[in-house]
Design a protein around this ligand. Sequence first.
Ligand code: FAD
Ligand code: DHB
Length: 389
Amino acid sequence: MKTQVCIIGAGPAGLLLGHMLRAEGVDCVILERRTPDYVLGRIRAGVLEQTTVSLMEQLGLDQRLKAEGLPHDGFNLADGKRLIHIDMARLTGKQVVVYGQTELTRDLMDARRERDLQVIYEAENAALFDVESDQPYVTYLKDGMEYRVDARIIVGCDGFHGPSRQAIPAKVGQEFERAYPFGWLGILADVPPCNHELIYANHAHGFALASMRSQTRSRYYIDVPLTEKLEDWPDGRIWDELAIRLGPEAAAHITRGPSIEKSIAPLRSYVFAPMRHGSLMLCGDSAHIVPPTGAKGLNLAASDVHYAAEALIAFFRGNNTDAISAYSDRALGRVWKSERFSWSLTRLLHRFPADGPFERAMQVAELDYIASSEAAQTSIAENYVGLPV
Ligand code: FAD
Ligand code: DHB
């Protein structure tokens, strides 16, 4: 098969990019190794920045997002005793929208036939070849048969463990990495949220986050050592810990219920540079990971797609490679700022095993400063709503 762009991975980055290219008449094919149900079964991000919402608007695929997404004007930090309100709308004039990654992915998936976007699911063993040339290609297996896609450009949207980043020679790329000594234990339950806004809490017991998917579905997280097993966390133990960590005001409004999903995700900061090599571009988690504190992962994938789509559309219209050459620097500029924000919020809100009383006192002092300073709140708010693309 021959196409202009072969995209590897049909997560949010791959599907968004595919739709943006098809909307401008660029030919593309997406290869996804999982089934549609598997992709939709992954419960991940929940908060969309305006830039991500705008991409869905631009595609005309925002009907359900408009109807069911929950616009939020603010969120709260908590220090175990009180809530520190960050009024994003007043401080920045912007909002975020609570709408699950699953729902966004479903909207993009549902529109693929009507928009003539070809996604090949259960495409196994994708392998990239000749990425340094103008005629790169990808091979994959489907139902035991080997296929080949010849393209002008390959875009790796295949997440952290996909093959695309590995196709860039080690001597060309540089990795920047920080692993954290804890993971987030998440629970999804059909109960009303404990607050109309999100709460990110730093308590002496550790981190907690109260989030939601709708007025009747809540998403909560606590941090746990990486050695913890899910079996050791029956629902009751998670609810008890949330009630302690979120503080008395939130605890009074927690409704408990059986979990419908539970998982532990490790936390990592990671950047791979450059995000383009020859005819291969990387978007989203294939090039970078942020710890989830600050809700930047999905939104960064969307801003990469914005830059990549612009570059590819310019290239296929005028055969001008300038925008493609500039892609990595443009995308990384925003990536590094989001990495910094996610890292600093993670540092502020979690208990690190190596921390002593001094580090704890610094966290308490910083939260106290944020509570008293509009300048500090504005800085957090402008990062949380998303820096301009
Ligand atoms: P992905 O969503 O990972 O999509 C990559 C796609 O590529 C997948 O569908 C995968 O099956 C496919 N793929 C992989 N290898 C191949 C291959 N060889 N061939 C073909 N296809 C392949 N962010 C937040 O903001 N908040 C959160 O709470 C949060 N929780 C997370 C929990 C977990 C467990 C993980 C892993 C991530 C979480 N994130 C969260 C991050 C956020 O979900 C990601 O940043 C976002 O999914 C990035 O989208 P993506 O399309 O780049 O990658
Ligand atoms: C959610 C996840 C996050 O990482 C975050 O910062 C906020 C909300 C969520 O899953 O709802």
